[in-house]
Design a protein around this ligand. Structure first.
Ligand SMILES: [Zn+2]
Length: 108
């Protein structure tokens, strides 16, 4: 499984889809998560905020199973999911070494 990991360190910056430049995390919106058609998932180390059926279908564990797993490791779960052309943008949540991960692919 190959994926490209992009680290974005500016906590307050919007997160843009690398394919269409849509603001997937837009802090000016009340509903700040705005997935575009290339967005496969939006997850934090604490759990998933958004996941597409097509990505979850490829995951080794479903999101529900994962959320019930005491050993839940979101980063491992997303990076062991076989999906072609996966780009992950990782941002720091600013607390306790927690991160947000957003997956994109041009393959639908
Ligand atoms: Zn997009």
């Amino acid at each position: 499984m190959t994926y490209q990991l992009i680290q974005q360190s500016d906590l307050s910056a919007n997160i843009l889809c690398p394919i269409c430049q849509h603001h997937v995390v837009d802090w000016t919106q009340e509903q700040y998560i705005q997935p575009c058609e290339h967005t496969l998932f939006i997850a934090m180390d604490l759990g998933f905020e958004f996941v597409t059926d097509r990505f979850e279908a490829n995951m080794l564990q479903s999101v529900d199973e994962l959320h019930e797993d005491d050993e839940m490791n979101i980063f491992q779960a997303i990076t062991t999911t076989p999906y072609p052309q996966l780009t992950i943008i990782q941002t720091d949540l600013g607390v306790q070494n927690l991160f947000r991960y957003i997956g994109f692919s041009s393959v639908s």
